[in-house]
Design a protein around this ligand. Structure first.
Ligand SMILES: Cc1ncc(COP(=O)(O)O)c(C=O)c1O
Length: 423
């Protein structure tokens, strides 16, 4: 019988983690690892930050569960804190414990505000979660057994600057994809479109960042055609890109932001920020028993306060610049490295067998992960969608420079070993 914990066929499933501090984790054999995954890019603030742990313990002592139709100091404080960091007019908010459910909340709010609309558009290669609706909104899962009960969404093509179509330059491809988006809204679907939902940088789908013109263009099309724009910032939010939000980085204000991961300081917390102009849910339309879990809300308050107090956006920019410079230098020596991606600590490399054909080096990528583990570094992998040849370097935003340098030294070494084996 399958161990339910080990159904993911990843090397990481074999490691039992027992302790974490900052950017370090330890397994049950006492082995130490530098965690360049921040545990699914969630520990934006280093693991087990005492401020977060103490806030959670204090809340645990007072009250562990509060039904969401009651108020609580933990809720009031987090709402006020998030308003301090949320973009301009995105002051309405709702909470959940998982990014997937927050994504569904955003979808529901969009349809509530576009009565009669029949469609939600998403981008190809996007990833929005594993609940039924967000699974449907993500890239097509191979051998998906849930199709019969999964809502369907229309996926539109997006630009991919590293692999443009027909050899187009990235800017022309961006304009082409904007044209296709507009055509799809106007001519590609029956019934109106409530919203376009997109990750500003596609995380699981391959760390794909679009040309700047694409973000502005999508906003312009949505405005002109009366369609709402949802940014899924579950990965990009709370400083990972060197700004609080990708919306700040690209200077584009969506109507709804979905957040998760980094907000909880290691506790399960997610939610949405919605523009003041949107009509909020009526009673009973959005009610989850543990939706306002006060321990997570208290931890989230402490985490967001610490992200601001510790200048983690600035630190992510600084460490991001360092990583990018080092990765580009490695690229100049290692033909396996086809592309270096950022910004900030949304850092990664794409490994290719040949820089001209850009054939993905999937086996080598898995070897980088395995050899990294042997040498005490956990790198992020991207096996789900896209090409499966991405190595992600996305540690906590406050990782100390010597640890980051050591992790990159290991990356340099293992890529060198793999190249030697090939020659
Ligand atoms: C962009 C994005 N949206 C949504 C989710 C789903 O979040 P969760 O796993 O907390 O449901 C993820 C998780 O990886 C994600 O990367």
């Amino acid at each position: 019988m399958n161990d339910v914990m080990n159904t993911a066929p990843q090397a990481s499933a074999k490691i039992n983690l027992v302790k974490a501090r900052g950017s370090l984790v330890w397994d049950d054999q006492g082995k130490e690892y530098i965690d360049c995954t921040a545990q699914a890019w969630s520990n934006n603030l280093g693991a087990n930050d005492p401020r977060v742990v103490e806030a959670a313990i204090a809340q645990l002592r007072d009250m562990t569960h509060i039904r969401p139709n009651f108020g609580s100091p933990a809720h009031t404080r987090l709402v006020a804190k998030l308003r301090e960091v949320s973009p301009a007019s995105l002051n309405q908010m709702g909470f959940a414990l998982h990014g997937s459910l927050a994504g569904e909340m955003a979808m529901k709010l969009a349809f509530k505000n576009r009565p009669g609309a029949q469609n939600l558009l998403v981008l190809q290669d996007g990833y929005h979660g594993r609940s039924l609706a967000t699974l449907g909104a993500s890239w097509p899962h191979p051998n998906n057994p849930f199709l019969a009960i999964q809502p369907r969404f229309t996926r539109v093509p997006h630009p991919n600057p590293y692999r443009t179509r027909l050899g187009l330059d990235p800017e022309t491809e961006s304009q082409l994809c904007l044209g296709l988006l507009e055509d799809t809204i106007l001519k590609g679907v029956d019934g109106g479109v409530a919203a376009v939902m997109m990750e500003p940088i596609q995380g699981n789908g391959g760390h794909i960042e679009f040309p700047r013109s694409y973000y502005k263009g999508v906003r312009e099309i949505c405005d002109r055609l009366g369609v709402l724009l949802i940014f899924d910032e579950v990965q990009t939010g709370f400083g990972r890109m060197g700004t609080m939000w990708a919306a700040d980085y690209y200077d584009v204000l969506p109507d709804i932001i979905v957040f998760g991961k980094g907000v909880g300081g290691g506790f399960p917390l997610a939610g949405i920020l919605a523009d003041d102009k949107l009509k909020w849910f009526d009673e009973g339309e959005e009610a989850l028993t543990f939706g306002h879990f006060p321990v997570s809300l208290a931890a989230g308050y402490a985490a967001v306060e610490a992200i601001v107090a510790d200048n983690l956006c600035e630190k992510a920019r600084d460490s991001g610049d360092y990583i990018t410079a080092r990765l580009k230098e490695m690229q100049s020596r290692h033909p396996l490295i086809g592309d270096v991606r950022g910004p900030g600590l949304m850092a990664s490399i794409e490994l290719v067998k040949d820089r001209t054909t850009k054939e993905p080096a999937c086996r080598e990528s898995q070897e980088v992960y395995r050899l990294g583990v042997e040498r005490g570094v956990l790198f992020g992998e991207s096996r789900y969608a896209g090409l499966g040849n991405l190595i992600k370097v996305k540690p906590p935003l406050d990782i100390e420079r010597p640890l980051l340098a050591k992790a990159l030294d290991v990356l340099d070494d293992v890529i060198g070993i793999l190249e030697e084996q090939r020659s």
